[in-house]
Ligand binder design. Structure first.
Ligand SMILES: [Mg+2]
Ligand SMILES: [Zn+2]
Length: 216
């Protein structure tokens, strides 16, 4: 009998869209953001600096973020997967190199407010400015703002099978650590390039079916 411990990306994986990109372009300087993201992807800019430099261009209030979060769709098959993880008593973590402020709001809007979050933090200042903080950075790889590999290493227990689900560059460290990797989009390309064993997927229904198959 397997016992699973599941680590799941948020932007583009649970949320249909990359909400981090949307928030930081909609409420900040868009061209500036894409330049920063490019520098980060090619390894020339540390993750924390990417977020900090863009945060400095932004104004955002809690009310604006509430309204924004209510419009963001999640993968329609995530609800079934969430119920499945509960049923098999598999701990399920949302690991994100994005910000708690939008992630927790979108999860709450969709009835998933009890998930365990491992994310960066966005706080609102009085004048509409925001601040970003990185509580997990010091123990990570140094390049990620919030290294997902750290959370897999820190949380896994002997005898468990760790599962990682993701879609992008910030999932790479997590994918390197986990026993089973479900990958789509850019993460799929990174896994192929780096020779990381992985299972391609499109929706959580496929992830659930594969994990169920392995339990049987
Ligand atoms: Mg993602
Ligand atoms: Zn990392």
């Amino acid at each position: 009998m397997h016992s699973y411990r599941i680590f799941c990306d948020f932007d583009g994986t649970i949320a249909k869209r990359d909400v981090g990109n949307l928030v930081f372009t909609q409420f900040g300087n868009e061209n500036h953001w894409w330049r920063l993201v490019h520098q980060w992807k090619i390894g020339k800019l540390e993750g924390r600096e990417m977020w900090r430099r863009q945060a400095a261009t932004m104004t955002l209030t809690p009310a604006q973020l509430d309204a924004f979060a209510a419009t963001q769709p999640v993968d329609p098959t995530f609800a079934g997967f969430y119920a499945f993880a509960k049923q098999i008593q598999a701990p399920l973590y949302v690991v994100s190199d994005g910000m708690d402020a939008y992630i927790s709001r979108i999860l709450a809007c969709n009835g998933f407010s009890d998930l365990q979050l491992r994310t960066n933090q966005l706080t609102f200042a009085e004048d509409g400015r925001i601040e970003v903080e990185f509580p997990y950075h010091a123990d990570g790889c140094g390049q990620c703002a919030n290294c997902k590999g750290l959370h897999v290493r820190r949380e896994r227990k002997p005898g468990e099978t760790t599962v990682f689900i993701g879609d992008g560059r910030s999932d790479l460290c997590g994918a390197r650590e986990a026993d089973i990797v479900f990958a789509k989009k850019q993460l799929l390309e990174y896994c192929e390039k780096e020779g990381i064993a992985h299972i391609p997927f499109r929706s959580f229904a496929e992830v659930q079916a594969e994990l169920q198959r392995r339990l049987a």
